[in-house]
Design a protein. Structure first.
Length: 344
C-alpha cells in the first residue's frame, strides 16, 4: 500500500472550511446587526450613510484576515497568527504536517527490526558527506523543502502578504456590494442576506452582473486550499526523501479533476525521482495528490545494516518526530505540532 498525502490533505481542507465558516458566520451576524441599526423607519439605508457602513462592515470583514493594523496576518516571526484566518490556516497546515510525518514514521517503524530502529533513534544526526548509499537518503530532503509560511510566490509575496491581498480584494468587493444595495434602495435585511451569501463558504454562490462578482469564499478558499495543499505536498516530499523505503513519487489526478490541463501531463510523467518532482500543487485549487513508490523491505534493511556495520551515523528520519517537525516547521510551530500530537 503506497503512502499518500491525499487523505490528510482532504481532511485538512474540510477542517479549515468548517472552522472558517464559524468565523464568517459570526461576522455575518455582526454585519447584519450593523446594517439593521443604520436603517431608517422604512428599512432602507440612506445614501449619505454609505461611507460609514462601508467603513464599519469592511473593517469587520477585514479583521478576519489581518490584524488591527490592516496589514499583518502574522507577527514579526512570520508564524504567530494575528487574525482568525491565519490562526485557522496554521491549525490545519500544522495538523497536515503532523499526520504526514506520523504516517511515514509508522511505515518505517513497521518495516525495520528493533536494532535498526534503535540505530535510527531520535537525536542522532547524519552527515551528508558520509552517505554510504544515496538510495537511502536524499541530500536535498531539507534543502528543497520550503514551508508555506516562508515560501515566496512569483510576485515575491510571503504568506502574510498573500492573506493581506485576499483581505484587500474581499474589502473591495464588500464595498461594492454595500454600495450597490444602498444606492438601489434595497432593504437593509436584504443587503445583509446578500452579504451573508457572499461571505459563507458552501452557500449557494452569489453570481450576478453586479460589480462584486464572485463570493469571498472563492478567494479565501482558493488561498487556503493552495497553501494547505502546498504544505502537505512539501512535507510529504521531505518525509519521502528521508524515508529509506521510498525511491520515487507518483503524481495522481484527483477524482474531481474537471478537465484536462497541465496536471494530466504531470501525472503521465510519473514516476519521478525524489529530487525531480515537479512543483506541487500545479495551480490554485489543485487537488492532485502524491503517492510513493517503495523498495523491497529486505533490500532496504540489508543496506541499513551495512551502514550500521561500517559505523555510519544515522540521519534524521520521520522516526524522530521532534527533530523532523522542527526541520519542517521551526521551533515555534513544531511545539504547536507536538501539542497536537499529544492531544490526538
Amino acid at each position: 500500500m503506497p503512502l499518500s498525502n491525499r487523505t490528510t490533505m482532504l481532511r485538512a481542507l474540510k477542517g479549515f472550511d468548517t472552522d472558517i465558516k464559524a468565523v464568517l458566520r459570526t461576522v455575518a451576524d455582526q454585519a447584519r446587526g450593523r446594517l439593521t441599526l443604520m436603517a431608517s423607519a422604512d428599512g432602507t439605508i440612506h445614501r449619505r450613510s454609505l461611507p460609514l457602513v462601508q467603513r464599519d462592515v469592511g473593517q469587520m470583514i477585514e479583521r478576519v484576515f489581518v490584524s488591527a493594523d490592516g496589514r499583518s496576518a502574522y507577527g514579526a516571526d512570520g508564524v504567530t497568527p494575528l487574525s482568525p484566518f491565519a490562526r485557522t490556516l496554521n491549525k490545519w497546515a500544522v495538523r497536515a504536517t503532523v499526520q504526514i510525518v506520523t504516517q511515514h514514521s509508522i511505515y518505517i517503524a513497521n518495516h525495520i527490526p528493533d536494532d535498526v530502529a534503535v540505530w535510527l533513534s531520535p537525536g542522532r544526526r547524519f552527515i551528508v558527506e558520509q552517505v554510504a548509499s544515496e538510495r537511502l537518503l536524499s541530500p536535498q530532503a531539507f534543502v528543497e523543502y520550503e514551508s508555506t509560511w516562508t515560501w515566496l510566490d512569483q510576485r515575491g509575496y510571503q504568506l502574510s502578504d498573500r492573506i493581506w491581498n485576499t483581505a484587500l480584494e474581499t474589502r473591495r468587493r464588500v464595498d461594492a456590494l454595500l454600495a450597490d444595495g444602498i444606492r438601489s434602495g434595497r432593504p437593509a435585511l436584504s443587503i445583509a442576506r446578500e452579504l451573508e451569501q457572499f461571505l459563507m463558504p458552501g452557500r449557494a454562490a452569489l453570481r450576478t452582473s453586479r460589480p462584486y462578482g464572485q463570493d469571498v469564499s472563492f478567494y479565501a478558499m482558493r488561498l487556503a486550499r493552495t497553501e494547505i495543499t502546498r504544505q502537505a505536498g512539501q512535507v510529504f516530499l521531505a518525509a519521502s526523501r528521508q524515508n529509506p523505503f521510498v525511491e520515487a513519487i507518483n503524481w495522481n489526478i484527483s477524482g474531481s479533476h474537471p478537465k484536462a490541463d497541465e496536471c494530466d501531463t504531470l501525472a503521465a510523467g510519473s514516476p519521478y525521482e525524489l529530487n525531480n518532482v515537479p512543483d506541487y500543487p500545479a495551480h490554485p485549487h489543485c487537488l492532485c495528490y502524491l503517492t510513493t513508490v517503495t523498495r523491497p523491505q529486505r533490500e532496504v534493511v540489508d543496506e541499513l545494516r551495512v551502514m550500521m556495520d561500517e559505523g555510519e551515523q544515522s540521519y534524521v528520519t520521520p522516526l524522530d518526530m521532534r527533530g523532523f517537525l522542527e526541520q519542517m516547521l521551526g521551533v515555534v510551530l513544531a511545539a504547536l505540532a507536538l501539542r497536537e500530537l499529544v492531544q490526538s
